[in-house]
Design a protein around this ligand. Structure first.
Ligand SMILES: [Zn+2]
Ligand SMILES: [Zn+2]
Length: 281
């Protein structure tokens, strides 16, 4: 894997060759690291950026990268150096603290923001709901993410959850509880097989959320290629906590790397049962 400074130099060279603006390319690099859960690399590249190229969007990207990798101290260090802390920057740092279950600190920052500004509605809705619903001392990150997912999906409830995958050079689209596929009986059988394997490995299903489109897309891959070692799925909404827990286990049980690009980030589920997001999503 290339080192961060190599990426930085590569970005500079590409700028020179193709006359891209340095600012845009470095910005995209910081953002890409963040989306791939490479928080430390994103931070390192951010610190290499010339100050004059850094703007609000750069701060948001690097704080999001910290958020997705659970790098709370690093996020707070960066936040303290920001001269003009806009509402979007506050929202991002509060989101970062909430995801990592630092609810007291998140609450303090909300109050600080309200003292300094008159917040426009809806300000930091995810953090507010997380604070309202999860007890900081006993909260569980997956549950917190579920609440956030529900909130996000309540905003987008008119959007149907869809997942796409490619098998044998053909694109397939699935929706939640989809039975329209001509081989849906095989997919259903595979889903049941996967469900039994998950239960054998201690997974407890959330009955309401089970049957999401990405689970169906994953099952379809195993129907077509039972011994596949790599599956790629794209989803239009955020992956839910249940699918995330289940996919980690499926990757380990079936020894198959699974990559899910959702509306928020890219998850690499490895065969050791871990996800590149370290469960911060
Ligand atoms: Zn799900
Ligand atoms: Zn993940």
């Amino acid at each position: 894997m290339p080192q961060p400074n190599q990426i930085g130099y590569a970005a500079m060279s590409v700028c020179q060759i193709f006359s891209f603006r340095k600012k845009e390319l470095l910005f995209f690099s910081v953002n890409s690291y963040g989306l791939n859960g490479m928080g430390l690399q994103s931070i390192e590249l951010y610190y290499q950026m010339p100050k004059e190229l850094i703007n609000e969007a750069t701060y948001i990207c690097v704080l999001n990268a910290c958020s997705h990798s659970g790098l709370v101290n690093e996020a707070l260090s960066i936040f303290k150096t920001i001269e003009i802390e806009t509402q979007r920057i506050y929202t991002t740092i509060i989101d970062c603290l909430s995801r990592a279950l630092f609810f007291e600190e998140a609450q303090k920052l909300m109050e600080e923001f309200e003292r300094l500004h008159i917040p426009a509605l809806p300000m930091y809705p995810s953090a507010t709901v997380l604070l309202a619903n999860v007890d900081g001392s006993s909260g569980h990150i997956d549950k917190a993410s579920d609440i956030k997912t529900q909130l996000y999906q309540s905003d987008t409830k008119k959007r149907i959850g869809l997942a796409w995958t490619v098998t044998n050079r053909q694109v397939y689209q699935f929706r939640a509880h989809d039975r329209s596929h001509p081989r849906s009986h095989e997919i259903k059988a595979e889903l049941e097989k996967i469900a039994n394997e998950l239960i054998d490995h201690g997974h407890v299903f959330d009955a309401i959320l089970c049957g999401h489109s990405e689970k169906i897309a994953i099952a379809w891959n195993f129907v077509v290629n039972p011994h596949t070692s790599k599956i790629q799925v794209t989803k239009n909404l955020r992956v839910c906590g249940d699918c995330h827990r289940a996919t980690k286990l499926i990757a380990a049980i079936r020894q198959c790397e699974i990559i899910v690009s959702d509306a928020n980030r890219i998850h690499h589920f490895y065969t050791n049962g871990q996800c590149s997001c370290n469960d911060y999503f």
